[in-house]
Design a protein around this ligand. Sequence first.
Ligand code: SF4
Length: 330
Amino acid sequence: MPAPLLKIEDLHVEFKVYEGVLRVLNGVQLIVNPGERVGLVGEAGCGKTTTMKCILQILPSPPSRTTEGRIFFNERDIRQMKAHEIQDVRGKGISMIFQDPTAALNPVFSIGDQLTTVIRCNSRTTLSKKGIHQRAITALREVQLPDPNRIFDGYPIQLSGGMRQRVCIAMALATEPELLIADEPTTSLDVTIQDQILRLLNELVDEHGTSVIFITHSLGVVREMADRVYVMYAGCIVEGAEKSELFSDPLHPYTRGLMSAVPKLTGGGIAEGIPGRIPDYLDPPSGCRFHPRCPYATEECKAERPELTRIRGSHEVACFAVERGEINAQ
Ligand code: SF4
């Protein structure tokens, strides 16, 4: 078995704000193997994007502070790297597509300027000026933008939201990264465009053989895009499994709640939902952060944080009720 491309161990991140300290990430653990597509799913505000920004070391500090944890990329701890080594990882090693393509593109530079800058700064090979231009046009063609030469000379304001996100995908893949982080890349787009963008992304990562972390709050999207799925709740990974196993046999009470909240054609779904709300990170619940919302919670859950434990194969769960056998694998 090859070494994981990315391995996060026990990652803790907090933010110092006026009211106090927000303890956002609480021991995140996650692995991405070479060539794998990993889905990361959870409610808005659960720490998905914070985790990804921490991998790329782009969280502003202050107010953020990584208090514990290690992030191995190709078996080297990113947190121990020097600034120029981290710069090498960004782009050549890992690139990211952000939620909002309008915010991700600079309105005062042409698409061509922005795309060629990314290629020039991050390409593995030393390309000539002409080579960089050709690579940029090829990247725009790959994302199926009509008339790439015209787009190259244009500005973000001249493009629709879907076209801007295609440009961002072109930018993220133009340097042929080993790992692509796609952070809810369709959230800000019209529903009619979302499916096109997801299909395009799927085709391109197949062609390039890129590993992917796909962040979403939609179980439907993760079902389409991922081989393996992690479920995140309030700054913790609570369950991880192969996609088919997670959907056929979810074990963590939060994962089960998420599944039951999906609207069904026969009715129900949203109304069943999960009672309560995501905790306040200024004063998060002790022990298992899900205990105020969990029907299986005991005193043990309030006192101790459950560790992510392998149940079978690659299926891991962080829950005392599963360990006690109160929630069984089918
Ligand atoms: Fe519920 Fe306890 Fe499991 Fe947390 S550890 S999900 S509170 S049973």
